[in-house]
Design a protein around this ligand. Structure first.
Ligand SMILES: NC(=O)c1ccc[n+]([C@@H]2O[C@H](COP(=O)([O-])OP(=O)(O)OC[C@H]3O[C@@H](n4cnc5c(N)ncnc54)[C@H](OP(=O)(O)O)[C@@H]3O)[C@@H](O)[C@H]2O)c1
Length: 305
């Protein structure tokens, strides 16, 4: 099976590539310096060169709440175009299946918790990451339209917030878990966090996510979007205390309530993935955090930005 993984050099993509290679796939991993997927001609050249049977579209311009606030236009434009070009080239090159990575940011701000896939269209997403979320939501509609018109097998997955080894620890662009680990291992007496700590989030260990995506690529052929999560909800305050405990941080945790909280609650209904392709997360948050912290301690010098 000739398999193309766009974004295969990134955090999630690198774990997915390792897993696919272990399962016997012949994997191509393009780099953005060679193939800028926001350009139609580069996307065409990539598919000409790789001639894939199976495509996982993992490439994205992604980041935490700050990155989304600073560059909403670029997040919308880059993500919209990359997905559109990969979808079109998958059609032109007759790929057998395209798996597109969506995001929990596609959900309405006030979707009933736990988020069920049937509620995706019942409201506008949380404002700070709406440009990113809506660009990816357009891929869901595009994938279904290409399935209907051209018979292209396009699968759309909605992963919750991910964490694990090789995550992005750059404080300008990182998500909450790597930011907390970095701040709490820096020897500071005080760590200041955005918001009031009340919002809840769900986290999925990156190796579990990679397994869910690989299995969906092998076993799922449907048009309906599917959540990928752990189903476990935790407040940012409890998360901060857990990471403080696991890193041995004994300083003060301060909450900057002039900064936004982001979406009030996030937790996924994970039953569809279990029913349709038997996926369940197996790594507990504590175990996953311990592995992430151990990886960061071993690689901190290399990842510090
Ligand atoms: N991380 C999360 O918590 C999370 C949660 C839900 C969904 N997701 C989704 O999962 C996917 C992977 O996220 P991630 O956190 O692993 O991202 P990441 O580490 O930032 O990796 C991004 C990848 O996209 C590639 N890329 C970026 N711009 C590109 C361009 N213009 N042309 C070609 N390739 C480009 C990068 O390639 P180069 O290194 O060569 O530049 C890199 O391999 C994304 O689709 C994201 O939306 C992530």
């Amino acid at each position: 099976m000739r398999t193309l993984v766009t974004g295969g050099s990134g955090f999630l993509g690198s774990h997915l590539v390792e897993l696919l290679e272990a399962r016997g796939h012949d994997v191509t991993v393009p780099r953005s310096a060679d193939y800028d997927l926001t350009r139609a001609d580069d996307a065409e050249r990539l598919f000409d060169d790789a001639q894939p049977d199976l495509v996982f579209h993992v490439a994205a311009l992604a980041g935490g709440i700050n990155a989304n606030r600073v560059a909403p236009g670029r997040f919308w434009y880059a993500n919209l175009l990359m997905g559109a070009f990969v979808l079109e080239q998958s059609r032109v090159h007759g790929v057998e299946k395209l798996v597109m990575l969506g995001t929990i940011c596609e959900y309405p701000k006030f979707a009933p918790v736990p988020f069920h896939e049937d509620d995706l269209w019942n409201g506008f997403p949380e404002e700070t990451n709406a440009p990113y979320g809506i660009a990816k939501k357009a891929h869901l509609v595009g994938g279904q339209a290409y399935r209907d018109q051209y018979g292209l097998d396009v699968v759309h997955l909605l992963p919750v917030n991910l964490y694990g080894p090789r995550d992005n620890f750059d404080l300008e662009t990182s998500h909450v878990i790597p930011a907390l680990i970095r701040k709490m291992t820096a020897g500071e007496k005080r760590v200041t966090l955005w918001g009031d700590g009340s919002p809840t989030r769900e986290f999925l260990f990156v190796e579990d996510a990679a397994r869910g995506i690989a299995v969906a690529g092998e076993r799922y052929e449907g048009r309906e979007p599917v959540n990928l999560g752990s189903g476990a909800e935790i407040s940012i305050r409890d998360l901060a205390e857990l990471i403080a405990d696991l890193t041995g941080f004994d300083g003060e945790i301060e909450w900057d309530t002039t900064k936004p909280n982001g979406q009030p609650r996030r937790q996924l209904d994970v039953s569809r993935a279990r029913q349709l392709f038997g996926f369940e997360a197996t790594t507990s948050l504590r175990d996953g955090l311990e592995r992430t912290i151990a990886w960061y301690r071993a690689n901190a010098a290399a990842t510090a930005v």
